[in-house]
Ligand binder design. Structure first.
Ligand SMILES: *Cc1c(COP(=O)(O)O)cnc(C)c1O
Length: 227
């Protein structure tokens, strides 16, 4: 099946209120253009140079989301144009995004990546540490050019649906805790902190079932990546 057909098929399956981030990392410009021509406008990328090149080459109404591990010294390359940084996993990174957003006179939308998988290799904030961080800083003062829009996570890479489902459930319960606790105290509402980005090619249906409202789908749309 071609990219355009896949995009249309996936989009038609998604319930209302669930946003598709088409993960185009490692795929050529032509593949992104095909998805664009099929109506897709949100794309996820995981390397600064690649997203920059695609941003420069492709139509300007595309929203580029950064979903990979982001080093602090690379924030400056994407700060001028990135629509959403989904993979914010440290206080230092928030500070750097603040700095680069201010330099570009922008407010940058971000998601906080939460570590829910059993694998050590997956990145993200430890939930307890994130709760503590959000409770201990004045968010609006410390990061005035950063807009906290929600959470992002990845489940363990496994065939065990029960495990994936329980990880997503824990994530949703943690999300509600954040909203009721440290975020409510700082005046951040569920409407502002509304994005729950979880679910990929293999598990997006489970994710939607469990409360995801943004799925990040790559290989199911674009085929296998070359690593
Ligand atoms: C690569 C990637 C995806 C897409 O994965 P697929 O299994 O190809 O759908 C989603 N989220 C993140 C963070 C990724 O790195």
């Amino acid at each position: 099946m071609q990219v355009a057909e896949r995009i249309k098929e996936v989009r038609s399956e998604l319930p209302e209120g669930v946003t598709l981030c088409a993960v185009s990392k490692y795929h050529p410009i032509e593949a992104v253009k095909e998805a664009y021509d099929a109506g897709q406008r949100i794309f996820g990328e995981s390397r600064e140079q690649e997203v920059r090149l695609k941003w420069e080459t492709l139509p300007q109404d595309i929203e580029w989301h950064f979903i990979g591990h982001l080093q602090t010294n690379k924030v400056k390359y994407i700060a001028p144009f990135i629509s959403l940084i989904q993979s914010v996993d440290s206080e230092r990174l928030l500070d750097e995004i603040q700095k680069q957003a201010a330099k570009n006179s922008r407010i940058i939308d971000v998601l906080l990546e939460v570590h829910i998988a059993q694998e050590e290799s997956k990145s993200g904030f430890n939930p307890d540490e994130l709760t503590q961080l959000l409770a201990s800083v004045n968010i609006g003062q410390r990061w005035p050019n950063v807009n906290l829009k929600g959470i992002m996570a990845m489940a363990t890479f496994t065939d065990d649906e029960t495990q994936i489902r329980s990880e997503f459930r824990r994530l949703m319960s943690y999300y509600r805790q954040l909203l009721e606790g440290p975020l409510a105290q700082q005046g951040i509402t569920a409407e502002q902190f509304a994005i729950r980005s979880f679910g990929m090619s293999e598990d997006y249906k489970i994710a939607i079932d469990e409360g995801s409202n943004m799925v990040r789908i790559g290989s199911h749309i674009f085929g296998e990546r070359e690593y």
